[in-house]
Design a binder for this molecule. Sequence first.
Ligand code: BEZ
Ligand code: FE
Length: 295
Amino acid sequence: MIENEAGVTDAVLAAMARTPDARLRAIMASFVKHMHAFAREVSLTEAEFERGIDYLNRIGQATNDHHNEAVLFSDGIGFSTLVCLLNNGRNGATETASALLGPFWRANSPRTENGASIVRSPTPGPPLFARCTVSDPAGRPLAGVEVDVWHSSPLGFYDNQDDTQADMNLRGKFTTDEQGRFGFRSVKPAGYPVPTDGPFGELLRAQLRHPYRPAHLHVLAFKPGYKTLITQVFVDDDEHLESDVVFGVTRHLIGDFRRHEGDAPEPGVEGPWFSLDYAFVMEPGEAVLPTPPIK
Ligand code: BEZ
Ligand code: FE
């Protein structure tokens, strides 16, 4: 029995104390302590409580096979990036910094020859030639790494958001050569807004925040015996680098997208083009593949 407000937290913690699963016990005890402390800190009113519950319910209702509003909300309060950075790159790790997988990764992207184009249907935009390497922390090249690359178009849409693009446009799976190299031709990606037609959009508007992610390439590097590297390389001239709506930019992940006039690596390239040279580092560890986030 509880005497008053002051006794609620201890009563709940006592009720949960016999949870046999030690990890569940620890997580729920901490969750309850922080939730109760939060209500006390802001002196949560009953109307605000009801509004919060309604908001949570609407997050669930806005979630389906093609869109996960709960993940988007977590992204937008920096929670997804916090969990990502808590679990990767700590304790003196020397690997390339991790970044969010995002919703648009698709399994089975087309295997593509090193150096070939991932532009699979006409996609106007500045040509981009990427030359990358993958090494271990000692700088030894890693051969045979499967590197999945995917990115938005110069209009800011992924192939699975845009009927004008061929299936698997701007996606490819490369294998590093004996020197740990892979490369491809593409077009320079643009930044894009996250969806704002659901509860998360409401929050952004209430907070006077914009919905944009800075332009980026997604990379997933996989090799048995090495920790799977999931990251993003950001375009260095993007106006939203300092204000990514999902807090995904870490400084080391800003790429050198260099603008050139003439002398492109391939014949027939008219006008300015961009190069990107980037060196990825993978650590020994467990190779696991994520589940594609959406259908
Ligand atoms: C993305 O980078 O694809 C992404 C990440 C978080 C939310 C929306 C998109
Ligand atoms: Fe993205």
